[in-house]
Write a protein that binds this ligand. Structure first.
Ligand code: ZN
Ligand code: ZN
Length: 343
């Protein structure tokens, strides 16, 4: 089997160091350096547990509404697609396209309303994942355990992700934008998520009130829209994003013989609007298009094409010709590069 190297960047020169014992006695990948399984990250645990409880309560008869459920499904797709997939992942992390700043910043606000870290931190963690995919420093490899890759890695302290150096190493370009620095400094992640709550309640209350319902019924409608529009939606977007970290490194088919365990998973591909074609993505991280075969539906890519057509996206990176030339199924060395262009 031959070895081919995907087009690399300046990032490829980052040192592939910080390895300890890579495998435990049970044959599993060791957790990233410094992680103690019982050094719990209580603020995250409380918030994540609280959101799950409220999301489940939304399905009780007193709070359930079909309009709330439809809203949650709609917003799960819209916020996931524009906020997480298009903006945080394909635009900011991999620079697969460019958008006008007003649109980029607006999509960042949408992404932050999904309670998935600030842009600089999300980008830094994900670039580290690409650089060390399925090796010990990977923040969330399922080779350590499936639970770890899905949610465990968020519930404990990861010293490597807490050091300031992680921004210096992986998110320097993001923090050149003063808007993103301000988002880091003034706790905007929390504020955005708090501010949206009364807005959803007010929208539900106002809609019911205008339809002639009593104040009690309007209050119940407001609560339902709040629970579905914020809590159910946030929990769904979480699990879809987390499934990309967990499921698509375990189950699915591999179109490219990459040096980690990434897979293309049909279910995750469909529910995540294209992020589940994860083996394609690891093979060609900079491409804004993750679905490579005609039937690998990638709504995020279709949206990027639409934005490009109406002049709101430029410099869109297509799947690399270099990759298409890998007909002989040569092994792709994808680790070592964090999938960003040289500056
Ligand atoms: Zn991955
Ligand atoms: Zn990526």
């Amino acid at each position: 089997m031959t070895t081919a190297r995907v087009p690399t960047s300046k990032a490829a020169a980052l040192p592939v160091a910080d390895y300890a014992a890579p495998v435990t006695a049970s044959g599993r990948l060791s957790l990233p350096a410094g992680v103690r399984p019982f050094q719990l990250n209580w603020p995250y645990i409380i918030v994540i547990a609280g959101y799950h409880v409220v999301a489940l309560l939304a399905f009780l008869p007193g709070y359930f509404s079909w309009s709330g459920l439809i809203l949650a499904m709609l917003l799960t797709h819209l916020c996931g697609l524009f906020g997480i997939n298009l903006c945080y992942h394909r635009l900011l992390t991999h620079r697969g396209l460019k958008c006008p700043k007003w649109l980029e910043h607006s999509m960042v606000i949408v992404a932050m309303s999904c309670l998935q870290e600030t842009p600089a931190r999300w980008v830094a963690i994900h670039r580290r994942h690409h650089q060390f995919a399925d090796e010990q420093p990977d923040p969330h490899s399922p080779l350590a355990s499936f639970f770890w890759s899905h949610i465990g890695w968020i519930l404990v302290h990861q010293p490597e992700l807490s050091r300031l150096g992680i921004y210096e190493r992986y998110a320097k370009d993001i923090l050149r934008d003063r808007f993103y620095v301000a988002l880091e400094r003034y706790g905007w992640l929390v504020w955005i998520n708090l501010i949206q709550m009364p807005l959803f309640f007010a929208a539900g209350f106002a809609a019911a009130w205008l339809l002639g319902q009593s104040p009690e019924a309007a209050t119940q409608a407001g609560l339902s829209i709040l629970m579905f529009g914020v809590f159910v939606r946030t929990v769904l977007v979480w699990h879809i994003t987390w499934a990309v970290n967990s499921v698509t490194h375990v189950w699915g088919y591999r179109s490219y013989d990459t040096d980690e365990d990434s897979r293309n998973n049909i279910v995750v591909g469909l529910i995540s609007n294209g992020e589940g074609w994860h083996n394609n993505h690891h093979a060609d991280p900079r491409s804004a298009r993750h679905g490579h075969r005609w039937w690998e539906m990638d709504n995020t890519w279709l949206t990027i094409r639409f934005l490009e057509r109406i002049g709101l996206a430029t410099d869109v990176v297509a799947p690399s010709a270099h990759l298409r030339a890998q007909a002989a199924k040569a092994r792709l060395i994808t680790r070592g590069s964090n999938g960003v262009p040289a500056e």
